[in-house]
Structures are given as structure tokens and as C-alpha cells.
Write a protein that binds this ligand. Structure first.
Ligand SMILES: Nc1ncnc2c1ncn2[C@@H]1O[C@H](COP(=O)(O)OS(=O)(=O)O)[C@@H](OP(=O)(O)O)[C@H]1O
Ligand SMILES: [Mg+2]
Ligand SMILES: [Mg+2]
Ligand SMILES: [Mg+2]
Length: 352
């Protein structure tokens, strides 16, 4: 009897591995005009668009009926008539086709026609990006994709992640994350780097190489307070550094925080770096996106950790494209998680 979601796991690993190859190669070649600013003022690059085109093309071929909730959409790319828009379309087509047709043998499932694919037209690739326009919701199967999480980190040559998860009836069942720049050992930032992480509900979590070899099971160690260091965002606008400092002091944590871009923080946590990830809002109004937390949340729980919002409530992946009213994120080892929730409550009470 085959394990649950084994085909989905293999397809998702293959799609993320191909997308990672693309993002790693595009970084060295990015030029002016290949990064644009979205309506919410955040950056998006040809890397984000082409990685979404690649993953959605592979998913659509393997699971044509599954909807996808993806971060990017192609409406501006489709309608733009400027020289920049034309250059972007051409570049996305080149990059996506290179990744789709490369003979990588990255765990491709030949029987399902997922070996190196055929070239796609620009129109097909832009439509593949727009397969990510699903609204989400409480029932049925859906994928959620962040083609480059931590785009700002990606642009700085630091941490970013390609994040893909399968949600069934509001529950994350499978999560895959590719982190091409993540050092194997955080204390050796110039040492070997790049890993792909995968978790299936009830089947554990593991770390592999970027070519999907050498699987290593992940288990979050029990870290005493003296060994804890909060993992937190680099961008101060994305989570409150000062709130984290106060929670840290309340708990008696003495190690400084580890600032790291993107969902790579979940991967670092799952393999035992830091011991806790704290992401408290900087203001009211921002709603966390499901693609920013789906794969990471499963990775952490399958490695033996816990994840809730800042009030201790479970994350709700069934409310649409956002986590709705969930307020902040706390992910940590099972022993330390309740202590962090209690410390957050204490800090909030001191405020009034
Ligand atoms: N105001 C605000 N509050 C909270 N989160 C926000 C906010 N604005 C953006 N984002 C999301 O943050 C994603 C980047 O993740 P991190 O904050 O962990 O990394 S980083 O510090 O920005 O590098 C980033 O994901 P990407 O857009 O995929 O890079 C955003 O979805
Ligand atoms: Mg973005
Ligand atoms: Mg993101
Ligand atoms: Mg993104």
C-alpha cells in the first residue's frame, strides 16, 4: 500500500526543485527593469513570475482539477504594452522554458508525463501564472504557492524560499520548501548551502539536497531557555522587533535574535536552529497570507514542534487567501511554545 499523498509529494518536490534551479540561476543575471513594484509597494521580479509559471505548469499537468492559491498574478504582464512589459514577458518565457525542459531528473514522475516538459508559449505561461488566482476557502483540495518568499532577501542575495503546500478541507497535508541560500550550518555562513524540506501530515519532516538526494529526518530538539534565540524577520515592517525583545526579556532569554529573511525561518527552526519563531504584527490591518505559512507550519509540527497565532489559536487556512483574524505567529518546540504564549500575554498586559 502506498503512503498517502505520495504522488503529490513527488510532484511537489520536483516542481520546487526546478523552481529553485531557476531562481538560483536568475539571481546572478538580474538586471535593471527585471524587478517591478506591485500596487502594495512590494517588489516582484522575473524570478517570482517565472517560478510561479513553472510550478503551476507542473501542478496543472499532474492535477488538472486542483485549484491553486498563488501569490503572483499576470494581469499587469498581460496588459502592459511598454517596452519593459515586453522585455519582462520575453524573459519570463525564456526562464520558465529553460527550467521546464532541463533534463534534471529531479524526482520527475515519468509515468505521469512529468519528465522534462515541452516548451510553452508566452500565453500559456502567463495563463499558468493566473492559475494561481483561486480565492481559497474551507472545503476541497487546493495548492498554495509562494514562488519566492522573501523577495527582498532574494534581491539582497540573502535568504528566500520557494514554498508550496497542499491544503485539503482547510488542513495542510503536504508542505515543500526550497531554500537555495540556506547554509547547512548557520554558524558557517560561507560553507555549503541550499536544501529542500518536505513534510507530509503523519509521515514526518525531512531535509534533502537541492537535487533531492540524501534525505535526513528532522526533529526539533528540546532547547532550554539559555539556548533559545528567536528567529525573526529582517524587515522591521513585517514583525515587531521591539515586541520580540520584550517577550525575550520576560522569558529570560539572553541570546540575541537571529534575523533571517523569508520562510527559511521555519526550515531553520525545524532542524533545530534557534528554537522559536516569533512574528507579531507591527500594526493593525495586515492579514498574513496562507502561502507565507502553510508549508512552514506543517514542517514545524511534523518535526515535533507547535504553531499557533500570538493568542494561542490555531492558524486557519480555510478562510480564503489570508489567515483572516489570526493575530501574529508563534512557532516553537512543544515545551517552550506555551511559555512564549504566556509571556506574550504578560507583555500585552503590561502595555495597558
Ligand atoms: N506588513 C507586513 N506584515 C507582515 N508580513 C508582511 C507585511 N508585508 C509583507 N509581508 C510578508 O512578509 C513576507 C516576507 O517574509 P519575512 O518578513 O519573514 O522576511 S523578510 O524579513 O521580509 O525578508 C513577504 O512575502 P514575499 O512577498 O513573498 O516576499 C510578505 O508576504
Ligand atoms: Mg511578495
Ligand atoms: Mg511570501
Ligand atoms: Mg513571494
Amino acid at each position: 500500500m502506498s503512503l498517502a499523498f505520495s504522488l503529490e509529494r513527488q510532484v511537489a518536490l520536483s516542481a520546487v526543485a526546478r523552481a529553485c534551479r531557476l531562481t538560483s540561476s536568475v539571481f546572478n543575471k538580474l538586471v535593471k527593469n527585471e524587478t517591478v513594484t506591485k500596487d502594495d509597494k512590494s517588489p516582484v521580479t522575473v524570478g517570482d513570475y517565472s517560478a510561479q509559471a513553472v510550478v503551476n505548469t507542473i501542478l496543472s499537468r499532474a492535477f488538472p482539477d486542483d485549484p491553486i492559491v498563488g501569490e503572483e498574478d499576470a494581469s499587469d504582464l498581460k496588459s502592459g504594452t511598454s517596452e519593459t512589459a515586453q522585455t519582462l514577458r520575453k524573459r519570463i518565457t525564456e526562464l520558465a522554458n529553460e527550467a521546464l525542459t532541463a533534463d534534471l531528473a529531479y524526482g520527475d514522475v515519468a509515468d505521469w508525463g512529468l519528465g522534462p516538459g515541452q516548451e510553452r508559449t508566452t500565453e500559456e505561461l502567463l495563463n499558468a501564472i493566473d492559475r494561481g488566482n483561486h480565492a481559497g476557502g474551507p472545503t476541497g483540495r487546493m495548492w498554495t504557492l509562494d514562488p519566492i518568499d522573501g523577495t527582498k532577501g532574494f534581491l539582497r542575495g540573502e535568504q528566500y524560499a520557494v514554498c508550496l503546500a497542499l491544503i485539503v478541507n482547510s488542513r495542510v497535508e503536504l508542505g515543500v520548501m526550497g531554500c537555495p541560500n540556506l547554509p547547512h550550518d548557520l554558524s558557517k555562513p560561507d560553507g555549503p548551502r541550499g536544501s529542500i524540506f518536505v513534510a507530509v501530515r503523519g509521515q514526518g519532516a525531512e531535509q534533502r539536497t537541492l537535487t533531492l538526494g540524501d534525505p535526513k529526518p528532522l526533529q526539533l530538539p528540546h532547547l532550554p531557555i539559555s539556548e533559545l534565540s528567536f528567529l525573526e524577520s529582517v524587515e522591521a515592517a513585517h514583525s515587531s522587533h521591539s515586541f520580540n525583545d520584550r517577550v525575550s526579556s520576560t522569558l529570560g532569554i539572553t541570546k540575541p535574535p537571529t534575523r533571517m529573511d523569508s520562510q527559511a525561518k521555519y526550515c531553520a527552526l525545524a532542524r533545530g536552529d534557534g528554537g522559536a519563531y516569533l512574528r507579531m504584527p507591527t500594526g493593525v490591518g495586515y492579514k498574513e497570507k496562507i502561502w507565507d505559512h502553510a508549508s512552514g507550519s506543517l514542517l514545524v509540527t511534523e518535526a515535533g514542534g507547535m504553531i499557533t497565532d500570538g493568542r494561542g489559536a490555531p492558524l486557519d487556512f480555510g478562510l480564503g487567501r489570508t489567515l483572516g483574524e489570526n493575530f501574529g505567529i508563534v512557532a516553537a518546540g512543544a515545551e517552550v511554545h506555551p511559555l512564549i504564549i504566556a509571556a506574550i500575554k504578560q507583555v500585552n498586559e503590561q502595555k495597558v
